[in-house]
Design a binder for this molecule. Structure first.
Ligand code: HEM
Length: 202
């Protein structure tokens, strides 16, 4: 089984748990709930993309990390919902990031963030319909690479496959899978903590 197939298979239960923590498909979703979700994403992505950049930008240039960061997209959406530089700086940051001790763990983590652009297309279609009459911005984060989502995902997969082939070690692959599982879990826990009580807040 290729590393990409392993990642998909061995993180499936983690994906399902994290997916269940996403409240964006609920029929009563308000612009405030959507904003809260983006704020939680921001608190996760800002520190995590910093770690990923330190681990991967020079180590695996084929990833073209600088073309993949989502923080600018989140900022665009959050500004459309009323934030400015000062209020963004005050948003809480996730204190329990997945441990990314080396390149393989970071690659597993990046797999999760990049893969979420696929499910993101489904969420985008839903949000566009749900907020058709509301002014909530242009969904930059969920739009992600637009028409290029498929090609960018395949390019990511190729860069990951090549990095693993170069390492050619079972340990590298196992650490990559663990990095992905830990990322899903940390993300799900943080989302639940930050957005899990939407109905109580309303
Ligand atoms: C309501 C929430 C979500 C839904 C409905 C959803 C749905 C999906 C769907 C349908 C796919 C397959 C797309 C395809 O093969 O073209 C997918 C793939 C994926 N999603 Fe999600 N997703 C959700 C949330 C998330 C989140 C929050 C993350 C990460 C933090 C995530 C990470 C991934 C990854 C890594 C893949 C790639 C799996 C693979 O092919 O190896 N998803 N998702």
């Amino acid at each position: 089984m290729s590393l990409l197939q392993r990642l998909k298979t061995e993180t499936r239960p983690h994906h399902e748990r994290t997916e269940a923590a996403v409240r964006l498909m609920e029929p009563g979703l308000t612009p405030g709930d959507y904003r809260r979700h983006l704020e939680a994403l921001y608190g996760f992505y800002v520190p995590l993309e910093g770690e990923l950049s330190a681990r991967l930008t020079e180590a695996v240039p084929a990833l073209r990390t600088h073309e993949r960061w989502k923080v600018p997209l989140l900022e665009e959406d959050l500004r459309a919902l009323g934030h400015d530089a000062a209020s963004l700086a005050q948003l809480p940051r996730c204190p329990h990031l997945p441990p990314l001790s080396g390149v393989p763990e970071a690659l597993g983590c990046f797999y999760v963030l990049e893969g979420s652009t696929l499910g993101g297309q489904l969420i985008l279609r839903h949000l566009k319909r749900h907020f058709a009459d509301a002014s909530v911005g242009d969904f930059a984060f969920f739009r992600a690479y637009g028409e290029e989502v498929g090609p960018r995902w395949r390019a990511f997969g190729q860069a990951l496959t090549d990095a693993a082939a170069q390492a050619a070690s079972a340990d590298f692959d196992a650490r990559t899978v663990k990095g992905a599982q830990d990322t899903f879990d940390a993300f799900g826990t943080w989302l639940l903590r930050e957005t899990g009580h939407a109905s109580l807040r309303a």
